[in-house]
Design a protein around this ligand. Structure first.
Ligand code: PLP
Length: 215
């Protein structure tokens, strides 16, 4: 996709997003040169799902102003330290053991990343995440993860839902976050961000609708 198409898609998207919904440009599968174009258009927050891929881009883009890197992929325990070193926000904390590991390593590394807990609100065999009841039960432990900074919930709608079903799922996520006193909601991707925004999303994670198909 040529650079001017990126500019047009970005402008159209920004025109539709309400002020509380921030745009996380999901740059996985895109070469560093595409991110450079996006930065030139004013984007600073990028979502990546693989540590090594992100690290390579961070090296290539080291001459730019510091960027805001968000980890959105499944986080394997052996990648925890690398992810903490290379990302300021993690959207995919999907279990207590992982959260505690992140806490221990963040303390060692003197880092205070922002965390989203990933929740699974409908059955979805391909996805991980806390069940809502489990999250509420573990909450006394999860809320006290210093030096980690829990900020919100993240969810991914299963494929195959109708728009109104997705909207209700995102509303459920927003209600759960409110119960826990969490203000941020990482919800909505290229195909479902309008419903997520209607339900109160504060971070939409958009890849293909911005950059085109991934390579
Ligand atoms: C890839 C990915 C996205 C972006 O997906 P698009 O459909 O390209 O917008 C958002 N969130 C997560 C967790 C992803 O893995």
């Amino acid at each position: 996709m040529p650079a001017d198409a990126l500019a047009q898609r970005l402008k159209a998207l920004q025109g539709q997003l309400p002020p509380q919904a921030r745009l996380l440009a999901v740059s996985k599968g895109q070469p560093a040169v595409r991110l450079r174009e996006a930065v030139a258009l004013g984007l600073r927050s990028f979502g990546e799902s693989r540590l090594q891929e992100a690290q390579a881009k961070q090296v290539e883009l080291a001459d730019l102003e510091p960027l805001d890197w968000h980890f959105i992929g499944r986080l394997q325990a052996n990648k925890a330290r690398g992810v903490l070193r290379h990302f300021g926000t993690i959207h995919s904390v999907d279990g207590l053991a992982l959260a505690e590991r992140l806490q221990r390593i963040a303390a060692e590394e003197q880092l205070s990343p922002r965390l989203f807990f990933q929740v699974k609100l409908r059955s979805d065999p391909g996805k991980t995440g806390f069940e809502p009841g489990e999250l509420e039960r573990l909450w006394p432990r999860l809320r006290a993860l210093e030096p980690l900074v829990p900020v919100g919930l993240m969810t991914i709608a299963p494929l195959g839902l109708e728009a109104d079903q997705r909207f209700r799922l995102f509303q459920d996520c927003a209600a759960l976050a409110a119960t826990l006193g969490l203000g941020e909601l990482s919800m909505g991707m290229s195909n479902d961000w309008p419903e997520a925004v209607r339900a109160g999303s504060t971070w939409v994670r958009i890849g293909s609708a911005l950059f085109g198909a991934r390579t």
